[in-house]
Design a protein around this ligand. Structure first.
Ligand code: SOE
Length: 377
């Protein structure tokens, strides 16, 4: 009989939907000995929380997240609210002995994130941060191939995350849908929102970053605030281009912008090593592009692997070979690994401590963007 894990969700936006779907689905496909139950959802707007609870099948709704933290029937608190509210909720949840799953980035800055790490580690509660792209099967396969030495020595790590949704000056900052443009709520722009994803994957696959320099830009410097109605200065980075040195001697380039007309959420990565190269593209997420230099000359070339076979990471739990999966599955895989970790006792990654490192690199990008200097990490 699977053990029930009661989920308390804080928030009701896009990410709360992605996470709720994952909590609700994981036990249908992954046999971990644990079964999540959608117990309660909290939001300052109680009516919206109630509507969300009804749509997703949560048993009750609350008008304050503290009710979840205090409730004896909640096991895990899932934080899906803007970044400026992560720390307070996560620390209170850990102190109450709850497990904590926090949406990325962990917090707005390293200084804000460090006490969160301290709180979960002091309380000894399971914790994770939702950097979901690690668990796209093709990306997990890249990690396995690199760990197995199939690329040999790594020379280059290259990643981009491109969007175009903030090009109009009429897009406001602040408020429920556009808090990502408000520096007070988000902490940074593309750096914390998008490059953070690229960094999480990169550090996981290629190891730590030892130094970097960044160019950042804010193309639209004033926007109306959705809550106050006032035109206010914009404090976020709209675009960032980063050069890094990894501890293993390889070079990295990371680019992100919300001004790449035509691109909605294009996350791509490529790794070049002595023995081969690997490339992946979110818009064709089931495919892994692979160049193996060991193949004999006349047949040597890029090959395209459809990552849907039973022997590929995670996919054996889904349909039959050749049938593709999507974005939402990366979240389901994260829940499955979280549940698995409860039984095995091996902590799930990325933990709060792992995500603290990503936030530290994000801080360095913002600092370097301002100073124009290289930053050692
Ligand atoms: C922003 O548009 C966003 O939704 C990010 O917040 C997510 O983390 C990213 O995965 C997709 O883009």
């Amino acid at each position: 009989m699977a053990k029930t894990i009661n989920v308390g969700m804080v928030g009701y936006g896009f990410m709360a939907r992605a996470h709720s779907h994952a909590w609700a689905s994981a036990a249908h496909f992954f046999d971990t000995g644990y079964r999540p139950a959608l117990k309660a959802v909290a939001a300052r707007n109680r009516d919206n929380a109630g509507q969300f609870a009804e749509t997703w099948g949560y048993e009750r709704a609350e008008g304050d997240w503290r009710a979840l933290v205090e409730a004896p029937d909640i096991d895990v608190i899932d934080i899906c609210v803007p970044n400026d509210r992560h720390a307070e909720i996560a620390i209170a949840a850990a102190e109450a002995g709850k497990m904590v799953a926090c949406e990325k980035p962990l917090a707005r800055t390293e200084a804000e994130a460090a006490p969160m790490v301290e709180a979960v580690e002091k309380a000894g509660v399971a914790n994770m941060v939702w950097y979901n792209y690690r668990r796209v099967p093709a990306v997990t396969l890249i990690k396995q191939l690199v760990d197995a030495g199939r690329l040999g020595k790594i020379f280059h790590y290259r990643a981009k995350f491109l969007q175009d949704w903030t090009i109009s000056p009429d897009v406001p900052q602040g408020g429920a849908a556009t808090w990502r443009l408000d520096v007070d709520a988000a902490g940074s722009g593309v750096t914390g929102d998008l490059i953070a994803h690229c960094l999480d994957t990169a550090i996981w696959i290629n190891g730590g970053i030892s130094s970097l320099t960044a160019m950042t830009e804010t193309f639209i410097t004033e926007r109306t605030h959705a809550e106050t109605g006032k035109v206010e200065p914009v404090g976020i980075d709209d675009a960032a281009a980063v050069l890094t040195r990894f501890a293993n001697g390889s070079l990295g380039t990371f680019e992100s912008t919300r001004y790449a007309r035509g691109h909605k959420a294009l996350y791509t990565l490529e790794i070049n090593g002595e023995k081969g190269s690997l490339a992946w593209d979110l818009h064709d997420l089931n495919r892994l592009e692979w160049f193996d230099h060991a193949v004999e000359g006349p047949l040597r070339g890029w090959s395209s692997v459809l990552v849907t076979d039973g022997e590929h990471p995670y996919v054996g739990k889904w349909w039959v070979p050749g049938l593709i999966i999507g974005y939402e599955h990366s979240f389901i895989h994260q829940v499955a690994d979280f549940l698995e970790s409860l039984g095995s006792g091996t902590p799930v990654a990325p933990s709060f401590r792992d995500a603290l490192e990503t936030t530290r690199v994000c801080d360095a990008i913002i600092a370097s963007g301002r100073s124009g200097e290289w930053v050692s990490l």
